[in-house]
Design a protein around this ligand. Structure first.
Ligand code: BG6
Length: 507
């Protein structure tokens, strides 16, 4: 306790610190329990990163990994990079150094030792992993169990896996697949079939880094550890659920990937459907990969976008504009963009979840780029009260729960008696900043890979279901059944969209 701190504050702080330490132990124990039941308890000994010289490895993978290693929880891990580029040992070492150096700053002794060892020992191999025998030879030369991270374009990943299927793999090998998982339902099913020839499903880790975001995982604690929410978490009390992920980033030089994907595939198919699933699932018995992933699959299997798509979906593309001080060119004029493709940079779909719990409740999913402000949240709007006592004045606004995904916040908008005239309703917001997680999302997902626990990975059947939900919409858009609207970069989106209007009103 500090000199100025009152005893109650000190108690709260101690409880928080104790529970943080406890929860780290509990989590480790729970992972062991979970992986034991999944049938694969061995810690990964070597992480082999394919595409080691690529952008994803430098920007997301190594920083997430370094932060994880800084916890000291994986002291024996070796990290090996492989790539098509002719990189020298120094170039690779420099890349590892950049990521680990920063993580060392906050690490304890065990964490620092792990980072130093990884930095000193990590090697880079120039390799064409699509050539016969190359990848399997490399894996066989490493200490197992090996986790192979395919940070590669999807087409190369498939070719590399086909080679592995010819050569076979050591039993405990784990395969980590980056998104997009396939280009549609059919190719996702083909890729799943190929992976089944290589390893059991529990050893396949399909990455959705949103499942590693602390705030996304907080949905589970919020829903299932609080008695007051679950009884009202259904169609009787909830009017609609919105999941919004508006980014102020524009194309950022990613035309090569993004122009072939668009907002519906890039964000809604890959990430937001999982947030929907966590908001919609029934209570699992345990946070075991099977219970949780079964529940997610059940929720997504009952989800669909109702026809006509002209009513349930919208798409738009940004034109030139300014975001703060930044001037943003017209998307269609960006280098590498083919305007004839009609790629959307903003997508919105209304999903129905066909179950007793959710029938009739719209789940509106919206995500886009080049917008004037960042807005990343799920908003649960409750139905009006059945009877408001006569005599109240003012507006009875709906109760709203907002879960922010960055900044990580929780807000509850409620009506109370107003100041001055006590019978006039007044809106107040109860808010809390949520704890920042220890790990970056990629670190969180990688920890599951190292522990052999696929809890935070997308299961094969779910990956196919996400495509099943969006594919009819993609077809309707390709057939121009829904107009491609436009919005100026830096705006809140097309003016007529209800979600854009709300952003203007509340932003
Ligand atoms: C990626 C998308 O998967 O997620 C990007 O490809 C998007 O387009 C990103 O910007 C958003 O994730 P985060 O973690 O930056 O919020």
């Amino acid at each position: 306790m500090t000199a100025t701190e009152d005893p109650a504050t000190a108690r709260t702080r101690d409880r928080t610190e104790d529970s943080t330490a406890e929860s780290a132990h509990e989590r480790a124990a729970q992972r062991t329990d979970s992986t034991a039941r999944a049938g694969s308890t061995a810690q990964t000994r070597t992480l082999l990163i394919l595409g080691a010289s690529g952008d994803l490895t430098g920007r997301l993978l190594l920083p997430g990994l370094a932060q994880l290693l800084a916890t000291g929880r994986h002291p024996g891990l070796s990290v090996v990079g492989a790539g098509h580029e002719d990189w020298s040992a120094e170039q690779w070492s420099q890349r590892v150094h950049e990521a680990t150096g920063k993580a060392s700053e906050g690490a304890d002794t065990a964490g620092r030792q792990t980072l130093e060892r990884v930095r000193a020992e990590s090697t880079y191999h120039q390799a064409d992993v699509t050539a016969p025998g190359v990848l399997s030879g490399l894996i066989a030369s490493l200490e197992g169990p090996v986790a192979v991270y395919f940070a590669l374009p999807p087409r190369i990943t498939v070719l590399a896996c086909e080679r592995l299927a010819e050569d076979g793999l050591a039993p405990g090998t784990r395969l980590v697949m980056e998104k997009p998982f396939g280009t549609g339902g059919e190719s996702a099913a083909e890729l799943n079939a190929l992976l089944r020839r290589l390893v059991p499903e529990q050893q396949v880790f399909r990455v959705d880094h949103f499942l590693g975001k602390g705030t996304v995982l907080n949905i589970l604690g919020l829903r299932f550890a609080n008695r007051i929410l679950e009884p009202v978490w259904n169609r009787d009390h909830i009017e609609k659920v919105e999941i919004v992920f508006d980014e102020d980033l524009a194309l950022e030089g990613r035309a090569g990937y993004y122009d072939g994907a668009g907002a519906l595939r890039d964000m809604i198919q890959s990430h937001l459907l999982h947030i929907l699933a966590l908001l919609a699932i029934d209570v699992p018995a345990a946070l075991h990969e099977r219970d949780l992933r079964d529940a997610i699959t059940t929720a997504l299997r009952s989800a669909r976008v109702p026809e006509p798509f002209s009513a349930s979906t919208r798409r738009a593309r940004y034109t030139a504009g300014a975001i703060g001080e930044r001037t943003v060119p017209d998307y269609a004029a960006e280098p590498g963009v083919d305007p004839a493709r009609g790629t959307e940079t903003l997508a919105e779909i209304t999903v129905e979840v066909e179950s007793w719990r959710w029938a009739g409740v719209p789940f509106v999913l919206r995500s886009g780029k080049g917008l004037g402000s960042r807005r990343k949240e799920a908003i649960v709007t409750f139905r009006p009260v059945p009877h408001l006592p006569h005599g109240f004045r003012g507006t009875d606004s709906p109760t709203r729960l907002r879960i922010g995904f960055g900044p990580d916040t929780l807000e509850l908008d409620v009506d109370v008696n107003g100041p001055g005239d006590v019978l006039t309703l007044n809106r107040v917001t109860l808010d809390a900043d949520l704890n920042a997680p220890d790990l970056l999302p990629y670190g969180e997902v990688l920890e599951g890979v190292l522990d052999g626990d696929p809890l935070l990975s997308v299961r094969g059947d779910t990956a196919e279901d996400c495509w099943r939900i969006v594919e009819p919409v993609l077809q309707a858009w390709a057939a121009d059944e829904v107009p491609l609207e436009d919005y100026a970069a830096g705006s809140t989106g097309p003016a007529a969209w209800a979600t854009s209007q709300r952003e203007r009103d509340e932003g």
